[in-house]
Ligand binder design. Sequence first.
Ligand code: GTP
Length: 360
Amino acid sequence: MRGGARQAVILAGGQGTRLRPLTLARAKPVVPILNRPLLAYQLALLRAHGVSDVVLACSYRVDDVRAALGDGQRLGVRLRYVVEDEPLGTGGGARRAADLTAGPLFVLNGDVLTDADLTAMRRLHEARGSRTTIFLQPVDDPRQFGLVETDANGRLRRFREKPTAEEEITTNTINAGIYLIDAPLLARIPPDRPSSIEREFFPALIAEGITSYGWCPRTYWRDLGDPVAYRAGNIDLLEGRANMPLSPPGERRGGSWIGAGGSVADGAQVVAPSVVGAGAVLGRDCRVGPGTVLGDGAQVGDGARVEGAVLWERVAVGAGAVLERCVVGADVKIGARARIGPEVVLESGAVVPDGATRSR
Ligand code: GTP
């Protein structure tokens, strides 16, 4: 079947080492973004572009992924899971999952947050007679990414994974982690040993002259690989920098989203844009926001201040504590008058004593 591309595989089996310690407690593809699992945004985007049959290639902390997404019904998609006993890398993971599909399919890295127009990508793939089309993005510092060189017509010329030497940085266009691939090509990947789609599969296609194009639209895109990017991705969506087909849970009030069943004491303020999870309890004269996400069941003590921060579920912030531009895992207890500084990441379950300071 040509045309179409109504199916997708999402690579969701990595250990997310750069996002530790957050990924010690939860698989990266389901870390919360504005109180929804990261992959919920990808699934909503796929669905908005007519793709509702999705296979997740999983390996690490599979139960987290299943608990967060189930069979996909709530998100309007059909989800199937393929689980690797031993991680097979991006190549083997894609191959095994793609065995459940037929025809052209989207393959997505599970840590990409974007509102890219996948219909336009599909059109380009078809119009050029491309066999693999790769979503590209320009970045300021391409060193931590895979560089992709194209010719004047957008045809792929070369792939270079995470170059170190300056002379190897020949472009600022990088592999943005979404591919449209004609399924039979994936049968080239061995199903039973680890391999890399970026280091092996694509370079081999290019070397053999198989028609492959890059697609580089102006769009919102962020790779949520590390804690700084993770927090920034939350802020981007709060500030409306992306046109996502999914909004945060809760009721829209005064430029923020407020979950059900919480309470707000006298003098407490929620400064927009912020998201307050269901059942959150805000103490007297506390100030939450701007640019803040409180997970479900959060408790913010009297006079505490939380700004630019992302808090997972059931975090308790003591009276008079100050949190600025940090990320706090689930069930963390922060003592009274404690101070948590910019870009600090507190692991799920951590306890910060009264009056303590954490900074980077
Ligand atoms: P780091 O360890 O921080 O590099 O993160 P990662 O494990 O997520 O690796 P990377 O960012 O390179 O992975 C890109 C995408 O491929 C992510 O969505 C991963 O979940 C996924 N991925 C990485 N390795 C595997 C694997 O062995 N199997 C499967 N199924 N997916 C993988």
